[in-house]
Every structure is written in structure tokens, then in C-alpha cells.
Design a protein around this ligand. Structure first.
Ligand code: 6R9
Length: 666
């Protein structure tokens, strides 16, 4: 285990502040008090299938009821509710027709420039239906894959819901990804269409999207794409490819605002979302319709205790799993009013989040530790953007997601945003888990800063060693989930073998889900604390990046780079920062030249993957530290990146002199 992991473990053992749930949070909560939580856990333990059967019947509308809850015959390719049929969009929209929710605001959209637009559930249903008809008119049908490369807008949510309505499988690509990343995803998914916008607006800047789609397709191999639908977000001109491109306005023109939802099997892939793994190639995480949606709805109820009068705001982009489950699906399935924000937290000033909470009377606020840390820094530097300048009394519950939240940031969030009255739900989960798996419940769980506390009922988490053996509280090990759960990843698109190999190691029997994170349970309460990834995945500002992916991008610059190794190092704001060690095909540069080449490489990585993957540090060496068998010794590089003295055993190192050279910063 890395030294940062053991440091985290030390701090969980000394963290003894406990915040019992405030009576304002327990009163009327769906799960009120620990006894209620424990009763649900017990129900799941005693009758696992019965538990999930009850919840799936109570929380979803099925067009054809399921008769079999869980099929384990082809484990780890588990099937949930496998003979049932439903439609995800119908479960988010049509289900509210004829109820008081019908005329309730579904989305409060705040644009980058502050303009606010609202749509009711009824209006949203009409828009989704009309868009679904437009997709059908372009020949898009059930089972087709559609890429969504959209800004945070109502239209982005409409596009996802419209795909779901006709049974097309969407694959959303974050608007910060490059043409190359987009091309790889189009090819892997075999997509028939791309839904995009001419430009996106972020922080007062217009950034192209459609031009990147054109570049991606031009890279080749994207012949499957027959249609590019373009939302004209700004009046700015863009380049049209005749016969392939069509604007939203043209596509919607004359289409009915009614469209019958297409029932699909519960196991039908609702979406594929690409995420980083331990190899250079991103994994297409495939999710189901029934199980996924059940968990999206249920965790809105359990984790956020969502109530009819709540205004929910999840700040995640729809390009990430959090924006899928807690923007595009969960809040709608739960009939909530939610805020969708186009911009960034620091524009026009770093008080934007607090200002928006006041303006829209947000009651449940869900964001990432990296955002909190950057806003703490901003508030420390400028009183005027401190949350105390806004009325945040509408807040009831706060949430955190994406990476471990350090106790200092937790305390600041609790005091300055939550007014010491709002429980913080530190939700641990992953693209693969579909929704929360370990999280406090606002009306039940006593909180410990920096701990995601306990698993949700029905989620059988444990901490084990390499052989799958349970470890006692206080011992750090690997986080696993021992039983399947409805919203789990179904497979890796196009690569079932990789699915088995990545998540269900043979040494543990082949049926236990390996999360890829290290964890430890506290000695007293058995609370979980996540200590970080145990594989080659970095978490930069809550974004998952594969070190191998960045290495592949660097060595793809064949005129310049001979070899590259990428590691993470701790960073106060972004959690981790990307650190690249590079051997060039020419002599090792120093001084100004080194700076210039480092910049060239940063821009290259931005082009290959996206700006989020740009290495913060780039160091040049004549070589990399390697074992005699030629393996790069990454643990040494991690120490160097951190600026630590090398205390590890270097006896297997072929070229010890290299360490000194790499320790020098440019
Ligand atoms: C939802 C999401 C997953 C990885 C995960 C872990 C880290 C997420 C966390 C957390 C500690 C939390 N992570 N939430 N670590 N505490 N509350 O972020 O999905 O992008 O797939 O990232 O993020 O390392 O394995 P994804």
C-alpha cells in the first residue's frame, strides 16, 4: 500500500469527532434513526431476493412485470428482473402525468450568463417526446447507439431521455474530451448518430463542440455515423456537412409532442459510459434499464431523503456518471425539482454556487470535494466570495462525491455552507456501481468527517486481502461487494473478458466485485474510509484518469517522445495531480527548452485525450528507473513526484543514478 494510503488510515483512527443527526434531519425522514436503517439491512440479509423484489415493484412502473428477480446462472453476468419490461423515460416522466408533479417545475436551468429558464414535468415530457420522434424520423431505433456530446443544458437531458424513450442506448461523452477521444468512443460503440451543440458556454467563453465532432469523425473509422444533430446554443456560425448534419430546429419541425415510450427488457442497455481503467483503452461501462433506474430512484429517496418541496442541485456534468444518475435520471424518477447549471463555479466570481443556492432556494446540494477546496481557497483570498455573504438557510442536506473529502474541507462545508445543521452525505460510488453504495443516511447515520460511513441496505460490502479473506476492522485492504446489486455494471461493451478480468478476480472465486479502491473500517463503528485507488487510476478533480492512457498519449508523439511514465501526486486543490516522467528521442532538455517542450507535450495530451488529462508536472530524464527485468519502478516515481526522500529499497534498480536526475524540477 502506498504511503499516502497508510497516512489516511492513521488519520481515520484519530478522527474522533462525531456528528449525530440533527432532529431537523431525522424528523419525517424516510429512514429515520439507525434502527430503521438496520431493519432494512436485516430484511436484505434475511431475504435478499424478496427485498429487491419488493423495492422494484414499489418504485418502478413495469409494462410487463418480472417474475424472476435475480439470475446468477451465468455469474458474473448477473441479470436482474430479467423477464420484466419497462421504459426508463416513462418512469421519469409519464409516471407523473395525472399527479400533482405534472405541473411542478422539473428543471430550473441557469445559463452561464445567469439567464434562468424553467420547464415543468408536463413540458419536459412533450419536449422529450418530440425529440424522440425526431430521432425516429432519422431512422434511429431501439438498440442503436447514440453519442451525446452536449453542454449542460435542458437539451442535454432531453437528448438522453429521448434516446431512452425509443430504446436507443446513449453514450455521453464529456464536452471536455478531445476529437480523438470522441472518435475512439464512436468506433467502439458503433454509434449511428451524434447529438451535439455548435458551441458550449462556460465561464463567459464560447467553446466549440460541433467542430470537434467533425474533427473526430474525420480521423476515420466513423462510417457508422449517419446523422449529426446540432443544437444551436449560440448564434455563432458553424460548418454544416450536407446530408449528415441537421439542426435541432429542423429536426423538431413538424414532429408531434407525443411519442409512445418503447418498452424494453429490464436488462436492455440504457447507456454505455466510458471510463478509465488500468490499460490505455477506456472501458465502455454498460448499464441496464431496470436495475439501474431502480437504484437511481431509490438512492434519491434514501440518500437525499428527497421530499416534494425540495430543490435539488447536483453540480456534476452529464458527461460523468454522477450527471447520469443524479441529473438525467434520479431526480426525474423521484419527481423532484432540480437545478441544472451550464457554467463553472468561479464565473463571474467564486461565490456563484452560494449565490445560486440563495436564488433558487436549493435545499439539497451535491458537489465534489475539489470544488469545495477551490472555493475555500477563493473565500480565504477574498471575503466577498465567502458563503457568509449569501442566505443559505434553504439548505437541508449537503452531499459530496468523487473522491475522499478531507476532514478540513468537510468541517468548512459543514460550518460555512451547512450552517452546522445540514448532514453531509459523503457518497462513495463509481461509474460501475451505477449509484451510491456506501453513504451516510441524513436522518440516521452519525457522521464522522472524512468517512463515507456504512453501505446502503442490500449492498454487501467488505474489506478483504488478495485471496478474498475478510479483514478485521482497523486493517486496510481491498474494497469488494460480495453479492450482486441491481445497478451494477453489466459488462464492458464489446469486451466481456475484460469485464470478468477487471472486476471479478479468479483468486476471489470469480463472482465477487472488486471495486479497485483500498479501504479501512474504523475500529469502533466499523465505518468505511476509502484510502484511494489500488490500480493505475488517478483521481484529478474527481475525474478518473488512467495513467496508462496518458502514457499512451505521450508516446504517441513519436517524433519527440521515446518513453513515458505517469504517476499521481497529492494536490491541495485537485486531490491528485498528473506527473509525467518523459524520456525524449533527443538529449535531455533543461532550462527554457525544457519548459517549452513540457508545454508542447501538455497541449499534445489535451489534444489526444482532453484538457483534464494535461500533466501538471513534466520531468525529463535520460532514462526511467527500471528493474533489471525492465519494469518501470512506479513507486519510486511516486516518491519523486511528491518530493519525498527515497527510503524504499532500490537494490533491484538497474540505474540508480537516474533518481537524482528525475528529482530535479525544471
Ligand atoms: C461517482 C464517481 C470512482 C472513483 C472511486 C473512488 C473515487 C468516488 C468517493 C470516492 C472516496 C467518495 N470516489 N466517490 N472516494 N470517497 N465519496 O465518482 O465515479 O468517476 O467512476 O470514480 O472515485 O476512487 O473508485 P467515477
Amino acid at each position: 500500500m502506498s504511503s499516502s494510503a497508510s497516512k489516511n488510515i492513521e488519520s481515520v483512527l484519530v478522527e474522533n469527532r462525531v456528528f449525530p443527526p440533527d432532529t431537523r434531519a431525522t424528523q419525517g425522514a424516510r429512514i429515520s434513526g439507525m434502527a430503521a436503517y438496520e431493519a432494512l439491512c436485516k430484511e436484505a440479509e434475511q431475504d435478499f431476493e424478496g427485498f429487491w423484489t419488493r423495492l422494484a415493484k414499489d418504485n418502478l412502473n413495469w409494462t410487463k412485470p418480472f417474475t424472476k428477480t435475480l439470475d446468477e446462472s451465468n455469474a458474473p453476468f448477473y441479470q436482474w428482473f430479467g423477464d420484466g419490461e419497462l421504459n426508463a423515460s416513462a418512469n421519469c416522466l409519464d409516471r407523473h402525468v395525472g399527479t400533482p408533479v405534472e405541473n411542478k417545475t422539473a428543471i430550473v436551468f441557469e445559463a452561464d450568463d445567469g439567464t434562468v429558464t424553467k420547464v415543468t414535468y408536463k413540458e419536459l415530457l412533450a419536449r422529450v417526446s418530440q425529440f424522440a420522434n425526431a430521432l425516429k424520423a432519422r431512422g434511429i431505433k431501439k438498440g442503436d447507439r447514440v453519442i451525446v456530446y452536449m453542454p449542460m443544458t435542458i437539451e442535454g437531458v432531453v437528448a438522453m431521455q429521448a434516446c431512452a424513450r425509443i430504446g436507443a442506448t446513449h453514450s455521453v461523452v464529456f464536452g471536455g474530451f478531445s476529437a480523438k477521444a470522441l472518435q475512439e468512443r464512436i468506433i467502439d460503440a458503433g454509434a449511428v448518430a451524434v447529438i451535439t451543440a455548435n458551441y458550449q458556454l462556460r465561464g463567459g467563453k464560447e467553446l466549440p463542440l460541433k467542430a470537434i465532432v467533425d474533427d473526430g469523425i474525420a480521423l476515420g473509422g466513423c462510417e457508422s455515423i449517419k446523422t449529426v444533430l446540432v443544437y444551436e446554443r449560440t448564434p455563432t456560425a458553424w460548418n454544416r456537412v450536407e446530408g449528415r448534419d441537421i439542426t435541432f430546429t429542423e429536426a423538431l419541425n413538424g414532429q408531434s409532442t407525443e411519442c409512445a415510450p418503447v418498452p424494453v427488457n429490464a436488462e436492455h442497455p440504457l447507456f454505455i459510459l466510458y471510463t478509465s481503467g488500468s490499460t490505455g483503452k477506456p472501458k465502455g461501462v454498460q448499464h441496464s434499464t431496470g436495475g439501474y433506474l431502480l437504484w437511481a430512484k431509490l438512492t434519491m429517496d434514501w440518500t437525499f431523503d428527497i421530499r416534494p418541496e425540495d430543490v435539488f442541485w447536483c453540480t456534476a456534468d452529464i458527461g460523468w456518471i454522477t450527471g447520469h444518475t443524479y441529473v438525467a435520471y434520479g431526480p426525474l424518477a423521484a419527481g423532484a425539482t432540480q437545478v441544472v447549471f451550464e457554467g463553472i463555479p468561479t464565473f463571474p466570481h467564486a461565490g456563484r454556487f452560494w449565490q445560486m443556492i440563495e436564488k433558487h432556494k436549493v435545499s439539497v446540494f451535491y458537489t465534489a470535494p475539489t470544488a469545495i477546496r477551490s472555493l475555500i481557497k477563493a473565500a480565504d483570498g477574498d471575503e466577498k466570495v465567502h458563503p457568509k455573504n449569501w442566505d443559505l438557510t434553504s439548505l437541508r442536506i449537503l452531499g459530496s462525491v468523487g473522491e475522499p473529502i478531507n476532514p478540513e474541507a468537510w468541517m468548512w462545508y459543514h460550518r460555512n455552507v451547512g450552517g452546522e445543521r445540514c448532514p453531509i452525505v459523503d457518497t462513495f460510488w463509481q461509474t460501475e456501481t451505477g449509484g451510491h453504495v456506501i453513504t451516510p443516511l441524513p436522518g440516521a447515520t452519525p457522521l464522522v468527517p472524512g468517512s463515507c460511513t456504512l453501505p446502503l441496505p442490500g449492498i454487501m460490502t467488505a474489506i478483504v486481502d488478495e485471496t478474498g479473506k475478510d479483514l478485521p476492522n482497523g486493517a486496510g485492504g481491498m474494497l469488494v461487494i460480495k453479492r450482486p446489486w441491481p445497478s451494477m455494471i453489466r459488462t464492458i461493451w464489446n469486451d466481456p473478458e475484460r469485464f470478468k478480468k477487471s472486476y471479478f478476480p479468479e483468486e476471489m472465486g470469480g463472482t465477487i466485485y472488486l471495486a479497485g479502491d483500498g479501504a479501512v473500517r474504523s475500529a469502533d463503528r466499523g465505518y468505511f474510509r476509502i484510502t484511494g485507488r489500488i490500480d493505475d487510476v488517478l483521481n484529478v478533480s474527481g475525474h478518473r484518469l488512467g495513467t496508462m492512457e496518458i502514457e499512451s498519449a505521450l508516446v504517441a508523439k513519436t517524433d519527440l517522445v521515446a518513453e513515458a511514465a505517469v504517476v499521481g501526486r497529492p494536490d491541495d486543490v485537485t486531490g491528485e495531480a498528473v506527473c509525467a516522467f518523459v524520456v525524449l528521442k533527443r538529449a535531455r532538455p533543461t532550462g527554457e527548452e525544457a519548459k517549452q517542450i513540457a508545454n508542447e507535450l501538455r497541449n499534445w495530451v489535451a489534444k489526444e485525450i482532453g484538457p483534464i488529462a494535461k500533466p501538471k508536472d513534466i520531468r525529463f530524464g535520460d532514462n526511467l528507473p527500471k528493474t533489471r527485468s525492465g519494469k518501470i519502478m512506479r513507486r519510486l516515481l511516486r516518491s519523486i513526484a511528491k518530493g519525498e526522500a527515497i527510503t524504499q529499497d532500490t537494490s533491484t534498480l538497474e540505474n540508480p543514478a537516474i533518481l537524482e536526475q528525475l528529482s530535479q524540477t525544471n
